[in-house]
Design a protein around this ligand. Structure first.
Ligand SMILES: Cc1cc2nc3c(=O)[nH]c(=O)nc-3n(C[C@H](O)[C@H](O)[C@H](O)COP(=O)(O)OP(=O)(O)OC[C@H]3O[C@@H](n4cnc5c(N)ncnc54)[C@H](O)[C@@H]3O)c2cc1C
Length: 445
């Protein structure tokens, strides 16, 4: 009964928001309701409008966000929806969502060890849990559970410590034994001679979301609130006077704004260099793969603890899997064969049945690696210039949380407590957030 009332309230709120946005001349926020789909289906699907406008850039805005991936679009959405800053442009050099946002393996979780990290990622996971209602868009959020397997006593101790740290912070975590692992995924070879599976750390609220839909949903909802999303507009340099940002030079002319936020992932060091800043970020390649479509085989997200391998199954039936970095710095978006071979070998070792599955597609993204595997959401030495970046290979799950905190930091020109530790200066100050305990090596994170 209570959930019915809540649902009715949500529908009513959507209608009010829809009428308000229609009155303001923005695309309707209720455009994807069940009623709308039914009426469009009966009238030849002729009434659909583009999910976001294609505006010409204005000469000036109150704020500019560079990068039309999930993080940039989320920043713009929260600037408009929470802070009331709607005179905002998102500048994207290509089409939106074609960077790492459209290239990842879509895993969402908050199972981090360090308090600074697990609080931030838990905030992000909570935003994911209500994201479809906030955006009025189906991002296919699927809380199917993320299971990290362990293969030795030492690894079990490390996972137990991580799970306990999470539970103390009110985040769900369960340690399960081999029998439960087998029941969850019969394909797993528990008795692997080299890497026997001794159990796993399970976060049931973790899962996956459809990556493209996340970019489209944030774009749709930001546009509906008045944000200009300007595609095919590359930022080529920064306009800085007296130590403060004034605007940017782009392939479509100069655009002025007193606040500029960077959300460019693998290009973070390139854009920071335009502002005269050297930042602790290295760009590395990482690959992902999709198999031919199969009947449902793997119901959860499973990660192999002995080698770098993780896998889930998409709603279309393809197995989506990946591994670690390719091992050298690059801005290419294609991976190398030795790393591909390593990933396939790890998969076959964990689930021997996979040897008979054919891979259909592969690609790579450019990862913004930091020396301690933790990100940056912060002010920079240039007044008015802020940054969200250094997402390593874990930034998809951070998309709403990063946008939320970056919008706060842009709007107020000071960090929220959730991102206060994510500074560029933490290495100088001896406040590293070494999540993986791998030391100060970009490529080992
Ligand atoms: C293979 C792979 C698997 C991954 N798996 C996961 C996972 O399972 N879970 C997880 O949490 N994370 C994962 N990640 C990481 C995740 O994809 C990224 O951290 C996240 O998507 C970064 O989003 P973003 O919006 O910051 O970057 P992007 O989506 O890359 O957006 C940055 C945008 O900036 C634009 N840009 C760059 N330079 C300029 C310029 N000069 N002017 C204008 N625009 C510019 C780019 O074109 C790009 O669209 C994975 C990444 C890869 C590559």
């Amino acid at each position: 009964m209570i959930s019915l009332v809540l649902q009715a309230e949500r529908i009513a709120a959507r209608w009010v928001a829809s009428l308000a946005s229609a009155a303001l001349g923005f695309p309707s926020m209720a455009s994807y309701s069940g009623f709308r789909i039914l009426t469009e289906g009966l009238t030849g699907n002729s009434g659909w409008r583009p999910a976001w406008r294609k505006p010409e850039p204005k000469p000036a805005y109150d704020a500019i966000v560079i990068g039309g991936g999930g993080h940039g679009l989320a920043t713009a959405f929260y600037l408009a929806s929470i802070h009331g800053i709607t005179n905002v442009a998102v500048l994207e050099r290509g089409p939106i969502g074609m960077g790492n946002t459209g290239r990842n393996t879509t895993i969402v979780r908050s199972n981090y060890l360090l308090p600074e990290n697990h609080h931030f990622y838990e905030h992000s996971l909570k935003l994911w849990e209500g994201l479809e209602q906030s955006l009025g868009y189906n991002v296919m959020m699927s809380q199917r559970g993320v299971l990290n397997l362990f293969h030795s006593d030492a690894q079990r101790n490390a996972f137990t410590r991580r799970g306990n740290a999470m539970r103390l912070a009110g985040i769900d975590a369960e340690l399960i034994g081999p029998a439960e692992v087998k029941a969850m995924c019969p394909l797993i070879d528990l008795d692997n001679a080299r890497y026997p599976v001794m159990g796993g750390l399970l976060q049931r609220r973790g899962g996956t979301a459809r990556h493209d839909a996340v970019a489209w949903g944030f774009a749709h909802a930001a546009d509906a609130r008045g944000v200009d999303i300007i595609e095919h507009c590359e930022v080529t340099s920064m306009i800085i006077e007296g130590g403060a940002i004034m605007g940017v030079r782009t392939t479509r002319g100069d655009i002025m704004a007193p606040k500029v936020g960077l959300a460019v992932a693998g290009n973070t060091s390139v854009l920071c260099a335009m502002a005269g800043l050297t930042v602790p970020v290295e760009s590395h390649l990482m690959q992902a793969f999709v198999s031919e479509g199969l009947k449902p085989l793997i119901d959860h997200v499973i990660t192999f603890g002995a080698q770098h391998f993780y896998i889930s199954q998409s709603d279309k039936g393809g197995l989506v899997f990946g591994g670690g970095l390719d091992g050298y710095s690059s801005y290419g978006q294609r991976g190398t064969l030795p790393e591909a071979e390593h990933i396939f070998a790890a998969g076959a070792s964990l689930m021997p049945g996979l040897k008979r599955v054919r891979a259909l597609r592969s690609w790579a993204g450019v990862m913004d690696m930091t020396p301690d595997a933790s990100p940056y959401i912060c002010l920079t030495p240039i007044k008015g210039l802020t940054l969200t970046g250094g997402w390593n290979y874990g930034g998809f799950k951070a998309t709403p949380g990063s946008g939320w905190c970056h919008a706060w930091t842009m709007a107020k020109q000071e960090p929220h407590r959730l991102n206060a530790a994510y500074t560029l200066t933490r290495f100088k100050e001896g406040r590293m957030l070494d999540e993986k305990g791998a030391g100060p090596f970009f490529w080992m994170q």
